[in-house]
Design a protein around this ligand. Structure first.
Ligand SMILES: [Fe+2]
Ligand SMILES: [Fe+2]
Length: 344
């Protein structure tokens, strides 16, 4: 049986923060996946102004699948929710896909970055959810804080009420959110809480802009993290009604910095390679060069996550031929970047 596929994107940030080339690439990839539904968990715009929503409306029309969109704090700026409603309909909405009930709420407050769902929407969600179904809540803000983001506060003011409501009414459920531009997932009792990073903002706190792919089968779902430029990472296969192996180490590894050390007597050659690495790799990676006889070599080797030597060197993780051509160097460096990205 074909899995039911949902693509979860977030924080497109049309306007000042928008990177159109990332968006266009992602849309092509998403269309090729032919998902049943594409969920956008808010921050469509940057300043909540009309032009951003109109641009978003026109660009999102390139996504061939059905769209399900809730607003984020940036959309609510400058009374932007009126434009949200103009182009994307109600700020609170629900849909049913087979056994999955999806309820989306507006977690924004006027003139504030804080999140709040409120009793009325909470009761509405509780009435939508069914014990026999997979219940999915979509909102922009966090139900629990996303750690290691530099701003680890919980910004949903009524998170306690929402958590309690999920415990009581969301039997085997999923929460989809965005906001912090960091993909992350964890489990709270029977509820899987999944955050998407940013699809197309330059404010990216990961190696690359990214989105989530969820594939539902009868007993379980798979969660994949897809980078716009750097392929896909499997986060896990999770039982819907039972336990979930935590995938936290994957996220930690993706955000950690990676230091590469090129060891060579031919410093110029090695520098050229390090330059190529620094040009091709994401922001969390950096390469530097050292000669084997450098007095600090022991210290530099200890600090390195990966060591490439251009001639025999016993502490190297990899030895490259010193005379390899430029094309081969670029190919090897691309492979190394992918390896470091996936080395979890
Ligand atoms: Fe955002
Ligand atoms: Fe946000």
């Amino acid at each position: 049986m074909e899995p039911l596929r949902i693509v979860h994107i977030s924080d497109t940030h049309f306007g000042d923060e928008f990177r159109p080339e990332k968006f266009k690439k992602a849309v092509k990839q998403i269309n090729a996946l032919e998902p049943e539904l594409v969920i956008l968990s808010g921050d469509i715009a940057t300043w909540g102004i009309h032009r951003e929503f109109r641009d978003a409306y026109e660009a999102l029309a390139d996504i061939k699948s059905e769209l399900f969109i809730v607003p984020g704090n940036h959309d609510a700026r400058n009374d932007g929710l009126k434009y949200f409603r103009l182009y994307f309909g109600d700020v609170k909405k629900s849909i049913r896909l087979d056994d999955i009930i999806i309820a989306g709420v507006n977690s924004t407050l006027p003139d504030s970055d804080d999140g709040y769902v409120g009793e009325e929407q909470r009761r509405w969600v509780e009435k939508k959810f069914r014990n026999s179904c997979i219940n999915m809540l979509v909102l922009h803000h966090h139900v629990i804080p996303v750690p290691h983001t530099g701003r680890n506060r919980n910004v949903l003011i009524d998170a306690g009420e929402i958590v309690e409501s999920l415990m009581l009414h969301c039997h085997g459920g999923v929460v989809l959110a965005g906001h912090r531009h960091v993909p992350y997932s964890t489990k709270l009792l029977r509820t899987h809480i999944i955050h998407a990073g940013t699809l197309s903002s330059y404010k990216v706190l990961m190696p690359d802009q990214n989105y989530n792919i969820l594939e539902f089968n009868e007993e379980f779902f798979r969660l994949k993290l897809r980078f716009v430029e750097h392929g896909e990472i499997g986060i896990g296969r999770f039982a819907i009604k039972h336990g979930m192996p935590e995938a936290i180490s994957i996220y930690h590894s993706l955000t950690s910095t990676k230091r590469v050390l090129f060891v060579a007597t031919d410093v110029e050659r090695a520098r050229g390679m390090a330059d190529v690495f620094n040009r091709l790799s994401p922001e969390n990676m950096h390469a530097s060069v050292v000669t084997p006889d450098n007095r600090r070599i022991r210290e530099l080797l200890t600090g390195a996550d990966y060591v490439v030597a251009l001639e025999d060197f016993k502490n190297a993780d990899d030895v490259w031929k010193a005379d390899i051509g430029e094309k081969e160097v670029e190919k090897k460096i691309r492979e190394l970047v992918e390896k470091l990205l996936r080395d979890v």
